[in-house]
Design a binder for this molecule. Structure first.
Ligand code: ZN
Length: 557
């Protein structure tokens, strides 16, 4: 693609062009602004290059020589990249007249390229830093066969239809406002109701499992963040500010708050395990380039808990969390998942021995639960290794949600203790864990998984009553009152529109039940029921309808 672009648009400078999941991109610097129509032209040129069947030739050359090469080509960005490479020798790849700085490996020749398609254009800052020049990124994908490419493109179309940013807007769930700051979510009434339903459910489930609810402040003095290690290991992601000569930080994590509650009194072994749960809102500075709808944001709320326990209790506690996660996923309609175990990163606190014990406990719990997992070397949190449970949605895409982190380090840093049976002071271990993860991301996941048609128990509006003429309004209102008494979420469509139009609108808004009422319904004290997927269900007495819908909610349909 880069070769084709250089042929068609001489003078274009090359940024970087890596392979990514499901495809690749390349960043270009050009005074010319690429249009979607150009993508077709570039594809044609790519076909030509494929036909020309240039071998990819790898050359290992001294860095000095590479600098000269890319200087002569005017490839300023490549020169910058060269500066960042510590090795004395670098590799370049040639295909025909084209040459690029590349680690490789490559396929044998351009002729081996089979099915490909250029997908989209986007702006991207050089190195993802906002003060750097904005480059033009072209995304594409490639497969071994046209059939595979076709399937992939179909899946993309379906994903577009389900995009939570599109659905969130159409269904009026949430909005983001650049003027208020990127990556900050505003919940509209429907989104707020959905989130409340999820939060209420979670609070109940946590209490059932022996967790205690806590609430901690959104800002804490920097001293706390220094002690926790966030200041040294996480500062670039934190919002820090000064008031009255004191420095504060908006919390990026809830852990220190829960630790302070633990430390507020002397703890005994009898109290362990102590499980503190908080729907904790946190703020993290993410680069603008990675922000994405509800999936990557700067302000979000975690269903966060910290479990303080003894070493003997550790594996059982981890197993308990795993059960909790899998049960919760099922309730929300997810039955497939992937599990990953992430180990010690370069920037981290704690001793090797602590890391080994922590990883050992996580592994043991997974084995005892008979769960398969994959290892992500170096991907753990700075204070401990973690298990990630990623769920798979209706399109088989994976979404990050639950994590369980095992931590020996923070109890050490904050000098946490409990009195053991013999009276001596011991150090508890801390588990950090989220079940759904970020409420924002989970909401996005739910919207895409269900393509906006949320199950009845989660639907912000469960029933809409459609009177076929104005004179049936009092009856519609009466029904509404009756349903409200049953804690159902219901509205009357008061608009002066035709019944068919209102039904179509309700259908578009993915409202589970429509109750049409007219002369016949008033006389017989019934409702004509339409379900969004099954269509007309006929006339039911109001009480029968209530029974039906309550049963469906109880079964979490
Ligand atoms: Zn934590």
């Amino acid at each position: 693609m880069a070769q084709a672009v250089k042929r068609l648009f001489p003078g274009t400078k090359l940024g970087i062009g890596p392979a990514i999941e499901d495809g690749f991109y390349y960043d270009f610097d050009s005074s010319y602004k690429f249009t979607p129509e150009d993508l077709a032209k570039i594809e044609e040129e790519m076909q030509r290059i494929v036909k020309e069947d240039f071998p990819f030739i790898r050359e290992e050359i001294p860095k000095k020589e590479a600098v000269k090469l890319f200087q002569d080509l005017g490839e300023d960005f490549k020169l910058e990249l060269l500066k960042e490479i510590p090795e004395e020798k670098v590799t370049v790849y040639r295909s025909g007249e084209f040459v690029d700085l590349c680690r490789g490996p490559h396929i044998e020749s351009t002729g081996k390229v089979k099915a490909f398609k250029l997908l989209s254009l986007a702006g991207a800052y050089w190195h993802g830093i906002e003060t750097n020049p904005m480059l033009q990124r072209i995304y594409g994908t490639s497969f071994f066969t046209h059939k595979e490419l076709e399937n992939y493109l179909q899946k993309l179309e379906e994903a577009k239809r389900r995009d939570h940013r599109k659905l969130g807007k159409e269904l009026e769930f949430f909005s983001l406002h650049e003027e208020a700051g990127a990556g900050l979510v505003f919940y509209h009434p429907k989104g707020a109701i959905l989130r409340t339903i999820i939060e209420d459910y979670e609070k109940k489930e946590h209490l059932k499992r022996g967790y205690q609810l806590v609430i901690t402040p959104h800002i804490l003095r920097s001293d706390i963040w220094m002690r926790s290690g966030h200041y040294s290991y996480y500062k670039e992601n934190m919002y820090i500010f000064q008031i009255d000569q004191q420095e504060f930080a908006v919390k990026p994590m809830n852990c220190p708050g829960h630790i302070l509650i633990y430390k507020s009194k002397i703890r005994s072994y009898r109290e362990l395990p102590l499980r503190f749960f908080e729907l904790g809102s946190v703020y993290r500075h993410e680069k603008t380039g990675v922000l994405h709808g509800l999936l990557r944001v700067r302000g979000f709320t975690q269903d966060d808990a910290h479990i303080f326990c003894s070493e003997e209790q550790l594996v059982e506690e981890i197993k308990g969390v795993i059960d909790f996660v899998l049960q919760t996923m099922k309730v929300f309609g997810f039955t497939e998942y992937e599990i990953e175990l992430s180990t010690r990163p370069l920037k981290s606190i704690g001793t090797d021995q602590e890391w080994e014990r922590a990883e050992g406990a996580l592994k043991k719990a997974l084995h005892e639960k008979n769960l398969n997992y994959k290892i992500n070397p170096g991907e753990g949190a700075f204070y401990g290794p973690k298990i990630d449970i990623k769920l798979k949605d209706a399109l088989k895409r994976t979404w990050q949600c639950a994590t369980i982190q095992c931590d020996f380090a923070l109890p050490e840093r904050f000098d946490l203790t409990y009195a053991s049976p013999d009276g001596s002071l011991k150090r508890p271990i801390m588990l950090h864990r989220v079940i759904l993860g970020s409420m924002e991301r989970f909401l996005g996941t739910l919207l895409e998984h269900y393509a906006g048609a949320l199950p009845l128990w989660l639907a912000p509006l469960q029933v809409i009553i459609i009177p076929i003429a104005e004179r049936f309004l009092p009856y519609a209102e009466k029904i509404k009152q009756r349903l409200l008494e049953e804690d159902l979420r219901v509205e009357v469509d008061l608009r002066e529109e035709k019944m068919e139009y209102k039904i179509r609108q309700a259908q578009l808004n993915k409202i589970p039940y429509m109750l049409v009422v007219g002369e016949r319904e008033v006389e017989t004290n019934t409702v004509s029921v339409r379900e969004r997927k099954k269509g007309n269900l006929g006339q039911l007495s109001l009480e029968d309808f209530i029974q039906r819908i309550k049963k469906e909610i109880a079964e979490r349909g």
